[in-house]
Design a protein around this ligand. Structure first.
Ligand code: URA
Length: 203
């Protein structure tokens, strides 16, 4: 069996596992202490052939209980934002940097991100999207391997290997800071325009 850790980085084309194979390995994961506190693994959800792959940070309480990403208040708002891009949740694929909930929703730690990294990279390769949308600092820094913050990167087109990357603020940040709402709405509208241009060019 091909183990996820044998798969290499995002830019490399090696054996691509199916989402179900990756899920099966994720379900068994005991690579970091977060496994002890989890109710359910939050693997990812959505269209396995999505053109748009959305990456969040980590499961919260509701996600941990239901085993699905973005089911709480931030999830409701994310669905609204996808609407600005002309997208529904069924059209995109959504996964987090961490598959298990950090206690009290604290920030992910570097060693937890490292332990979980191969699962997300394998998911991205399995879905093979046209564009990756990173929500907030943790997803953006992970995918772009950068220390640059989300405030300067948001709304810009970046690349990770052969994947186009579009960083935006995390929706949860706009729940507490309403001034970010306008910026998020604009960035998702721009995402919609980029997708339309690409599908016109492919037609
Ligand atoms: N829910 C998730 O699944 N991920 C986040 O980053 C926030 C809420």
């Amino acid at each position: 069996m091909v183990k996820i850790k044998d798969l290499g980085g995002l830019g490399e084309e090696r054996h691509v596992l199916s989402l179900e194979e990756i899920r099966a390995q994720t379900e068994q994961c005991r690579k970091c202490p977060l496994c002890d506190g989890r109710t359910k693994i939050v693997f990812g959800s959505g269209n396995p052939d999505a053109k748009v792959f959305i990456i969040g940070e980590a499961p919260g309480k509701n996600e941990d209980q239901q085993g699905m990403p973005f089911v709480g208040a931030a999830g409701k708002y994310l669905s609204e934002l996808l609407g600005y891009a002309g997208l529904t949740r069924d059209e995109v694929y959504i996964a987090n940097v961490l598959k298990c909930r950090p206690p009290s929703n604290r920030d992910p730690k570097a060693d937890e991100i490292l332990a979980c990294a191969d699962y997300l990279r394998a998911q991205v390769r399995a879905v093979n999207p046209n564009i990756i949308v990173t929500l907030g600092n943790f997803a953006t820094k992970f995918i772009l391997k950068t220390d640059e913050g989300i405030t300067s990167l948001r709304g810009t087109v970046q690349f990770a290997g052969r994947f186009m990357v579009f960083p935006v603020f995390h929706p949860a940040a706009a729940i507490y800071d309403r001034s970010k709402r306008e910026v998020l709405a604009q960035d998702f509208a721009l995402l919609g325009e980029m997708l339309k241009q690409r599908s016109d060019a492919d037609a």
